[in-house]
Design a protein around this ligand. Structure first.
Ligand code: ATP
Ligand code: MG
Length: 457
């Protein structure tokens, strides 16, 4: 039924726009007209068209600019470009930017009618899905992912596109940007949502243990293997497996991993039987895998196998407009300590939060809110409830004082802990700054943690 479909016509010539509008309405569509590029973008939001007819030549913003902005916003409706004489190059460019088709002026009405009817029939099929999707995106939430900024909406759109398939996805982003959350969201929106979701950190374990962690082992496979154990691949059977910090995996293991992914079969360590597994593999990393391939630290074939689809998460400083919504989300999620009523964040504190550069991204923001809930006297979190680093206009504290008489061990421990803080909890960056491997850093931190818990006990 064309009658339910909204067509947006972006055309600056009033008489032409009017003529089209009447013609298209006579075919049973609803029509609205935008007389320039800026208005077209506004109506793309408020009128929420099913199809856009976009003239290439428009005042304010031209057709190509409108199209790239729509694409940047993750708009889903098809766009038909209308080009004048001598604008073929631009029309081709428009198709590259994702336009559905283009028509030459003067537009032939029967041709346009067929095009609109076909598109409209096609749209009806996915209508229900689209409506749901739009509602979710408008609310600025997808699963547990919060954010209405253009970069976050783009991420959400990508998640929705890729979730229904079994394609591997590489999720890229700095520490704390939400890679794990995205992985979980992909799983929850996929047909595998009823199956298991397993995440494994590829940087945390030495190589041999890692192998058994992934593929399992038989009893007696190595010293200490006193019973048979299933690996992550078997545990994730029928579901999704996230390989976190995939960039840290050793080359030999990468080769085995590739084989298992390609064949869908594995052998446990010390075992001879082939076990079939049906697992969707997601991989997350905060490093540039392409650089790792150039340095021969990451296998190119594995990269191409995993990188069927890539989702890149923006650092929080690039979508600080989402900070108020994220703060509200964390206040709802985190429990307010007993005996306190905290209802929000005051204006000064919110300004501070929005202005900070957030090296530790969303995780750091969450930690700051968690801390503020504890220290605040309420009912509003104020600037005084935020950590001192944040109050110092986001420069971060970058000086470590060493008292003479301190042992090397103490200094090392302090330096490591403070560097991790300085890097906003980004362990890869901290390791880089310190000039040690990520594994070494994990080992030290674990050692300190064990020691701390002994100290307390
Ligand atoms: N867009 C978001 N909306 C709501 N919560 C978020 C969002 N992004 C991140 N978070 C929250 O921030 C925290 C850190 O996210 P997550 O663990 O997914 O980051 P990560 O990229 O995997 O970090 P790392 O590289 O350090 O492993 C989590 O508590 C997560 O729920
Ligand atoms: Mg993570």
């Amino acid at each position: 039924m064309p009658g339910e479909k909204r067509i947006l016509v972006a055309e600056d010539d009033v008489a032409t726009g009017q003529a089209w509008s009447e013609l298209i309405a006579s075919w049973g569509f609803k029509v609205s007209i935008a007389e320039d590029g800026k208005r077209a973008l506004e109506l793309a939001e408020s009128y929420d068209p099913h199809i856009l007819l976009l003239d290439l030549r428009l005042p304010q913003l031209n057709g190509l600019e409108v199209l790239s902005e729509l694409r940047r916003r993750g708009a889903q409706f098809p766009t038909i470009m209308i080009s004048g004489e001598g604008e073929i190059a631009d029309a081709v460019q428009a198709i590259k930017l994702g336009a559905y088709d283009y028509l030459r002026k003067p537009v032939d009405p029967p041709h346009l009618k067929v095009l609109l009817n076909n598109l409209s029939a096609h749209l009806t099929v996915s209508e229900e899905n689209q409506r749901l999707r739009r509602r979710l995106l408008r609310a600025g939430e997808l699963g547990r992912l919060v954010g209405q900024s253009a970069p976050m909406r783009r991420v959400m759109t990508l998640i929705e596109q890729v979730a229904p398939s079994t394609a591997s996805v590489v999720i890229l982003g700095d520490s704390g940007t939400g890679k794990e959350l995205v992985a979980r969201t992909i799983h929850e929106l996929s047909p595998r949502r009823g199956g298991p979701y397993i995440a494994i950190n590829c940087a945390a374990l030495p190589e041999t243990l890692m192998e058994s962690e992934l593929f399992g082992h038989e009893r007696g496979a190595f010293t200490g293997a006193d019973r048979r154990r299933e690996g992550c691949f078997e545990l994730a059977n029928g579901g999704t497996l996230l390989l976190d910090e995939i960039g840290e995996m050793k080359a030999e293991l990468q080769a085995k991993l590739l084989r298992v992914i390609e064949e869908g079969k594995l052998r446990r360590l010390g075992g001879s039987a082939e076990i079939s597994v049906d697992v969707r593999v997601l991989a997350a990393t905060n490093r540039n895998l392409e650089a790792a391939i150039r340095d021969s630290r990451f296998r190119e074939d594995l990269y191409y196998r995993l990188n069927v689809f890539a989702i890149e998460l923006p650092p929080l400083s690039e979508h600080s407009e989402d900070i108020p919504a994220l703060v509200e989300h964390f206040m709802r999620e985190l429990e307010v300590p007993a005996g306190k009523t905290v209802s929000g964040v005051d204006a000064e504190a919110l300004e501070g939060l929005k202005g900070f550069r957030w090296p530790g991204n969303v995780r750091q923001l969450r930690n700051v809110i968690e801390r503020a809930l504890i220290v605040t006297k309420g009912p509003l979190i104020g600037a005084a409830d935020l950590p001192p680093d944040l109050k110092r206009a986001g420069t971060g504290s970058d000086v470590l004082e060493i008292k003479l008489g301190a042992s090397l061990d103490e200094v090392e421990r302090n330096l490591i802990k403070r560097t991790v803080e300085f890097a906003g909890g980004n362990k890869s960056r901290a390791a880089e700054i310190l000039g040690v491997s990520l594994k070494t850093l994990y080992n030290r931190l674990e050692r300190y943690q064990n020691r701390d818990s002994h100290d307390v006990a």
